[in-house]
Design a protein around this ligand. Structure first.
Ligand SMILES: [Zn+2]
Length: 269
């Protein structure tokens, strides 16, 4: 999507800088708006920053914003504001109060952070909504001069940017693992690795036990192929003899010894 983002008003302390209560609208609109821009860019959307920091008048500020927004075709224009005058909750202003997905979902997502959903309002008389060529929505995140401000500060601007991002794109930001979750996962992986190592060790011990307790009675298929010529030579020269039934009764250790001796030429006739 091509999205124009306007962090509402001029910078704090200048003409047209917006509402000031327990928090400063101009400052927080930039906190939320720029975080939103980064999220959208990170997800591959084309973002146009339509923020105007300085203007001679409120009227000039508004026309500057709209000129930036209308300088290119946009799929959506979003203006970030904070409300004042006593009240609670979040609301989104659209042309003729039209409900569209991005607008209603933004209300829902901010409301999910613990704010009253005041819904979609008719923003036809708001300059930036009225004059934007693209589909436009003006978000009043929450109130700067009521309990909302305290809640907003505790939650932090990033969560509001994520909520608006979710409202616009329908996508949720993947949470990074917390340090304790990371450590828990690391511990689990290490524990499992140790268990696998233990199992391998036990398996090797079993192989050793089977090899060392195995008895080789005849020079047949049961005899390891590496030992067969040596055992045959030892039998041929009488160094190894079976019992009455012809059983050799050789252990794994015996086989190793016979092979060693065979290599040393002990069984040469
Ligand atoms: Zn405002």
């Amino acid at each position: 999507m091509r999205i124009g983002i306007n962090c509402g008003h001029t910078v704090s302390g200048t003409v047209g800088c917006g509402a000031v209560g327990d928090i400063d609208e101009s400052v927080e609109a930039r906190e939320v708006g720029y975080a939103l821009e980064n999220l959208l860019k990170g997800a591959g959307h084309t973002v146009y920053d339509c923020t105007n920091d300085h203007a001679d008048s409120v009227g000039k500020n508004l026309s500057n914003i709209v000129n930036m927004a209308n300088a290119q075709p946009l799929d959506l224009f979003v203006s970030i504001h904070f409300n004042s005058g006593g009240g609670q909750g979040t609301e989104v202003w659209t042309y003729n109060g039209k409900s569209f997905e991005e607008a209603t979902n933004t209300c829902k997502a901010i409301s999910a952070l613990g704010f009253k959903d005041r819904g979609i309002k008719d923003g036809s008389k708001l300059y930036v909504v009225h004059h934007s060529n693209a589909k436009a929505m003006l978000v009043e995140v929450c109130f700067v001069d009521t309990d909302d401000a305290k809640k907003y500060t505790e939650i932090g601007a990033n969560k509001f940017a994520e909520a608006i991002y979710k409202g616009i794109t329908g996508q949720i930001i993947e949470e990074d693992l917390t340090m304790s979750q990371y450590n828990e996962l690391k511990e689990l992986i290490e524990k499992q690795a140790a268990e696998i190592a233990d199992l391998k060790n036990i398996n090797q011990q079993l192989v050793n036990v089977v090899q060392t307790t195995m008895v080789y009675d005849f020079n047949d298929d049961n005899m390891p192929s590496w030992a067969r010529p040596a055992v045959q030579a030892a039998m041929d020269c009488g160094a190894v003899q079976g019992d009455e039934q012809g059983r050799l009764g050789l252990s794994y250790k015996d086989l190793r010894a016979i092979v060693r001796e065979y290599r040393c030429g002990l069984y040469n006739k």
